[in-house]
Ligand binder design. Structure first.
Ligand code: BDP
Length: 697
């Protein structure tokens, strides 16, 4: 099945000239290492090359003749090879790699190396990608290292195998059959991750279950860690803060209680005995009902530092989430994480990294960057992106997320003057931070194609590529992914790449244009629900976010409103505060404006908004047109799947448009402008739709 193979298709290369070059350039493989990781490198090369070139490549025990691929870590290379690349080793870090054409005793060879075997493995995947994308290999000089240390997936997987916000089936982790049964999928999962440089996986949901920390489960975790280790992937777990009570028999989980701290120390010792390279814990505390230090009158620093002490002797880290919003302060949810965490700057232990979502609310189709980025210069801060599409049409809608990721990473925080981008905060370069990280909430499940939508594979791939290098361009990543996954034919690539690039703006247009946010239906977040206003916590209601009334629409977060803009550096604050300079794409995020407010293109807000909704629908139609023309370039199965999914997306884009416009029209009291299709259903109809079994809830 093609879509199981993700971007590692290794199809036979159809371009004869290209094949010719590769066959001439690769006569044999010499592998110098003997670790499990080196064996993986060799096998990957062997099978990749055999499939792409259509004939077997000789595996040689020593370097004979020319045009060999020599693979091995620095220490395994003979001194005459090392001489050729000595200075390049200074330019890579521990996980980096070098792919280089060298001349050895007057014979041309290609060396793939790194400081250790995992670096070599990354180099091998990179080399294979050069072939998959039909690049020349005649004069290679690729020197690359990851710019971020912790590149992790966060699986929101429960022990019963349901996945919170998962739309691709059940959890990959078959706890019942572990540790004795090793599903081939675990290996293929590790391969896919290693091929893009992901080096960590948090196996369990942030809404944690303490049972994962019992010996019965740790034995299973150990089995997974053993599978992932040779691929350079560390395992992490979520730590339920109340675990000392639930599975430890203690009366309290107070972080200042000596017995509690000791319980965690012993637990860490027990885990590291099984898994010496265990990554550490991810913690959601005092957020959405999860237990935490505040239950005992302590704060996030107390909680995080207590856990940090437990894992520090073993080199572990604590990823402490800043996704908090108070149950008692309904003023402006967007301000709460910053208000709570910023004062803690510099107070966490060295092995704590604070994990911050990309925006201040919650993974919306578009959010301005989170004000905490750059605002805690003495604290390691890591990025949390959501790869699963909780608020972006689940795994039914084609939305290419690297566009979203890139927009956030490129945002300028101005925290150290112009050019202080979020990417520089995340890779540590802005504040010279050594511990750096990026997390992606996984969109992976046990569906045959891993991610539900064939194009959602691109979001996994793209997350990994940006985790490796947050300065990469989303368009370049799309190009790579399409070539590796489908075809190198430019008649296919160009229109389909264009479709991917536009898809993110399309979903914003048909769901939440002009800075609208969180108007999805209750709980499951499937489909529109701007009318919902009866939930127990005010900030769970869409009406709280759009604040539509007869006078206008939008959340005033400027100084005339909640003053959330003041949490940004002054330059940014000014831009957002002022209606003249506030980007229109964030207008209703920061301002409440009248229905007659004049947009930059001269349209009134009402007309402009209605036309945006229509534009979103039109864009999906264009996506369908592009896709229909792709039929002759790819396999029938994936073609058909995507075609059907786009049809659903089109239907649902219209649903979004009609439901939102009918609802907002009650307040604007205005006709739909020319160019916007008339709804065929009533508002009552849309309100009556219920989805008690929507997935992933
Ligand atoms: C929200 C999800 C919820 C998660 C929460 C979190 O709706 O399921 O538990 O974020 O990140 O996006 O903790």
């Amino acid at each position: 099945q093609k879509d199981y193979r993700l971007w590692l298709q290794y199809d036979k290369i159809t371009n004869l000239q290209v094949t010719q070059e590769y066959k001439m350039g690769i006569k044999g493989i010499v592998s110098l290492g003997n670790s499990e990781t080196s064996t993986i490198s060799l096998r990957e090369l062997e099978s990749g090359l055999t499939n792409m070139l259509g004939n077997k490549i000789e595996i040689k025990s020593k370097i004979e003749g020319e045009n060999n691929l020599i693979i091995g870590s620095q220490s395994s290379l003979s001194s005459d090879i090392q001489k050729n690349i000595l200075s390049d080793f200074k330019r890579i870090n521990n996980e980096g790699f070098i792919i280089k054409s060298i001349s050895l005793k007057n014979k041309k060879q290609i060396v793939i190396t790194g400081k250790n075997d995992v670096g070599v493995l990354y180099g091998v995947y990179n080399f294979l990608r050069l072939l998959q994308t039909n690049k020349s290999i005649s004069n290679l000089n690729v020197i690359d290292s990851p710019k971020i240390n912790l590149r992790v997936l966060n699986h929101w997987d429960n022990l019963d195998r349901t996945v919170e916000r998962g739309y691709a089936g059940f959890s990959l982790w078959n706890w019942q059959k572990l540790p004795d049964f090793i599903d081939q999928r675990y290996i293929d999962y590790a391969r896919a991750n290693a091929s893009v440089g992901i080096n960590g996986t948090v196996l369990t949901n942030v809404n944690a279950n303490a049972l994962i920390l019992t010996p019965q489960y740790l034995e299973k975790v150990e089995a997974l860690a053993n599978v992932f280790r040779p691929y350079g992937i560390k395992v992490y777990l979520t730590a339920r803060f109340s675990a000392p009570i639930e599975i430890g028999g203690l009366k309290t989980a107070d972080p200042k209680d000596a017995a509690v701290a000791n319980w965690w120390k012993e637990k860490a010792k027990e885990i590291y005995k099984r898994i010496p390279d265990f990554g550490g814990f991810l913690v959601k505390a005092n957020s959405e009902g999860q237990p935490g230090p505040q239950n005992y009158g302590r704060d996030h620093v107390d909680g995080a530092n207590m856990l940090a002490d437990a894992v520090a002797p073993f080199g572990g880290v604590i990823m402490w989430r800043a996704f908090v919003y108070s149950e008692h302060d309904a003023n402006d949810r967007a301000k709460q994480a910053y208000a709570e965490f910023q004062p803690y700057d510099g107070k966490f232990k060295a092995n704590v990294i604070v994990q911050v979502k990309n925006g201040a609310i919650d993974f919306q189709p578009r959010e301005p960057f989170h004000p905490l980025f750059g605002a805690m210069p003495k604290t390691p801060i890591m990025m949390e992106f959501q790869v699963t599409q909780e608020y972006l049409g689940f795994s039914t809608h084609l939305v290419y997320l690297p566009k979203l990721f890139q927009e956030v990473l490129e945002s300028d925080t101005y925290q150290k003057g112009k050019g202080s981008t979020v990417a520089k905060v995340v890779d540590g370069s802005l504040t010279n931070t050594k511990l750096t990280g990026i997390a992606g909430v996984s969109n992976i499940g046990n569906d045959l194609n891993w991610t539900g939508h064939p194009f959602a594979q691109a979001n996994w791939y793209g997350f990994g590529r940006l985790a490796w290098n947050p300065y990469l361009d989303a368009e370049v990543i799309a190009d790579e992914w399409l070539r590796c996954t489908f075809s190198n034919n430019k008649n296919f690539i160009n229109p389909i790449k264009n479709m991917m690039i536009k898809s993110r703006e399309a979903v914003i247009n048909y769901m939440t244009p002009l800075g609208l946010h969180h108007i999805m239906d209750t709980g499951h977040h499937y489909g529109p629900g701007p009318w919902v206003s009866d939930l127990s916590r005010p900030e769970w209601n869409p009406t709280y976010y759009h604040k539509a009334d007869k006078n206008g629409i939008g959340f005033d977060r400027s100084k005339t409103g909640t003053n959330a803009t003041a949490q940004y550096a002054t330059q940014v604050e000014k831009i957002f505060d002022n209606l003249e300079t506030c980007p229109e794409q964030d207008l209703l995020w920061f301002h409440h404006v009248s229905w007659d407010y004049k947009l930059k293109n001269g349209q009134t807000l009402w007309s402009g908004m209605a036309l945006k909704y229509q534009e979103g629908v039109n864009q999906v139609q264009e996506m369908q047109n592009s896709w229909n023309k792709a039929e002759k370039y790819i396999d029938a199965e994936r073609f058909k799947e995507v075609q059907m999914l786009l049809q659903i997306q089109y239907k649902e884009a219209k649903w979004w448009r009609d439901a939102c416009l009918l609802y907002f029209q009650q307040y604007s009291g205005k006709e739909l402008p020319v160019g916007v299709e008339k709804p065929t259903e009533t508002l009552e109809y849309f309100k009556s739709l219920k989805f008690p079994f929507a997935p992933g809830n």
